[in-house]
Design a protein around this ligand. Structure first.
Ligand SMILES: Cc1cc2nc3c(=O)[nH]c(=O)nc-3n(C[C@H](O)[C@H](O)[C@H](O)COP(=O)(O)OP(=O)(O)OC[C@H]3O[C@@H](n4cnc5c(N)ncnc54)[C@H](O)[C@@H]3O)c2cc1C
Length: 301
C-alpha cells in the first residue's frame, strides 16, 4: 500500500541568475520545471542544497522511496555534499526560486560552488513537497497569538530568513513592533531597510570590532540596546533556570507559546547562540518557550 507523497522531495534546478546583493551575500535565482510542486510554508523555510561531487559532477540523486535513503545508499565517494539553506522565495508561474548564499571562502562545498558557479550549472534541492497532505515542516517562525513585540537576531547566514520574516510582517495590516539585530561581516553588507517602519534595525558589521568571536557584537548590542517589554513572559522558576547548566545547553530550541505578547527568533553561529541564550534566559529571565534559538553554522578553525 502506498504511504502517499513524502513531505520533502528532490528538485532538479539550474542556475539562472547570480547577483551580488552585498559583498558577502550572493542572490541566486534557479529555474526548475517542478517549482509548482515546491511548498514554502514559512519565511524561514529550510531546504537542503545538494552540491556537485568533488570532481565537479552535478548531483543526480534519484528518489526511490525517499531522498535520504537514496543519499545514504550511495558509496561515500559518490555521495554529494549537502548543506542547509533558506528558501528565500518561490515564483511558481515563472518556474523560479531564490536562495541567498553567504560567500564564506572556498573551504566549504556550498560557498565554493557559489563563488565559481556559472549560469546553467545544475544542483539538486531537497525541499517541501506541495503534494504532501500533512502539516508543513522545516521552519521555526511561528509567532504566537497576541504577539506585539518581536525580537529578531541574525548573522549573515540567517539574514535571508530574517529579511523574509520582515517582508511577511510588512504584509500585515498591523504588524508587531520589531527590534532587529543583524551582524554582518562588512560595513558594505548593510542594506537599506527604512521602509520597514515597524522595525528598529541595528546593523552590526564585524569589521568594526575585529578579533571578536562570532556573535559577540550581537551580545553586546542586546546588552545595551534591547528593550524588553514589560509584558514579556518571565520565568522565576529555579528548575527552569537549571536547564542552563552548560552541559545541557542545546543549540536548537523552538519556541512554542500558544499566546504571548513577546516572541524572539534568534539564529547565528553556534557559540553566539549559546551566549545569547544565556543572556536572554539567564540574565534577563525571559521565558525560554518564547524564544526560538538556532545555530545556523559552527565556526571551526
Ligand atoms: C536552517 C538553516 C538555514 C540556513 N540558511 C542559510 C542561507 O540562506 N544562506 C547561507 O549562506 N547560509 C545559510 N545557512 C548556513 C549554512 O548552512 C552554513 O554556513 C554552511 O556551513 C555553509 O556550507 P559550506 O559548504 O560553505 O561550508 P562548510 O563545509 O559547512 O564549512 C567549511 C568551513 O567554513 C566555515 N563556515 C561555514 N559557514 C560560514 C560562514 N557563514 N562564515 C564563515 N565561515 C563559515 C566552517 O566553520 C568551516 O570551517 C543556514 C543554516 C541553517 C541551519
Amino acid at each position: 500500500m502506498s504511504s502517499g507523497p513524502s513531505s520533502y522531495k528532490i528538485f532538479d534546478v539550474t542556475l539562472k541568475e547570480s547577483v551580488a546583493m552585498t559583498p558577502s551575500l550572493q542572490h541566486c535565482v534557479f529555474y526548475s520545471e517542478d517549482v509548482a510542486n515546491m511548498a514554502r510554508h514559512a519565511p524561514d523555510q529550510r531546504i537542503k542544497v545538494v552540491l556537485p561531487l568533488a570532481g565537479g559532477e552535478p548531483p543526480c540523486l534519484v528518489d526511490n522511496g525517499g531522498w535520504y535513503p537514496a543519499w545514504l545508499a550511495l558509496p561515500a565517494e559518490r555521495r554529494p555534499p549537502m548543506r542547509t539553506y533558506t528558501l528565500r522565495n518561490v515564483r511558481p508561474a515563472q518556474g523560479e526560486l531564490d536562495i541567498d548564499f553567504v560567500r564564506n571562502g572556498d573551504n566549504g562545498p556550498a560557498s565554493r560552488w557559489v563563488n565559481h558557479a556559472r549560469i546553467g550549472d545544475r544542483l539538486q534541492l531537497i525541499a517541501p513537497n506541495a503534494a504532501f497532505d500533512g502539516n508543513g515542516s522545516g521552519f521555526e517562525w511561528l509567532p504566537p497569538d497576541g504577539v506585539r513585540q518581536v525580537l529578531l537576531v541574525a548573522d549573515e547566514t540567517a539574514l535571508p530568513a530574517a529579511l523574509s520574516i520582515l517582508e511577511s510582517l510588512s504584509a500585515q495590516a498591523s504588524p508587531p513592533q520589531v527590534q532587529a539585530f543583524f551582524e554582518v561581516p562588512l560595513c558594505t553588507d548593510v542594506q537599506a531597510l527604512d521602509h520597514y517602519t515597524f522595525a528598529k534595525i541595528h546593523w552590526l558589521p564585524r569589521e568594526e570590532q575585529p578579533h571578536q568571536p562570532y556573535g559577540q557584537s550581537l551580545l553586546a548590542a542586546l546588552q545595551t540596546r534591547l528593550q524588553i517589554p514589560d509584558d514579556a513572559p518571565r520565568t522565576q522558576d529555579e528548575a527552569a533556570q537549571g536547564i542552563l547548566r552548560p552541559e545541557l545547553e542545546q543549540m536548537w530550541e523552538s519556541a512554542a507559546p500558544a499566546h504571548s505578547a513577546f516572541y524572539g527568533w534568534i539564529a547565528c553561529e553556534s557559540s553566539g547562540v549559546k551566549a545569547l541564550r544565556r543572556y536572554l534566559i539567564h540574565s534577563c529571565g525571559l521565558q525560554r518557550e518564547t524564544l526560538s534559538l538556532m545555530a545556523y553554522w559552527c565556526h571551526s578553525r
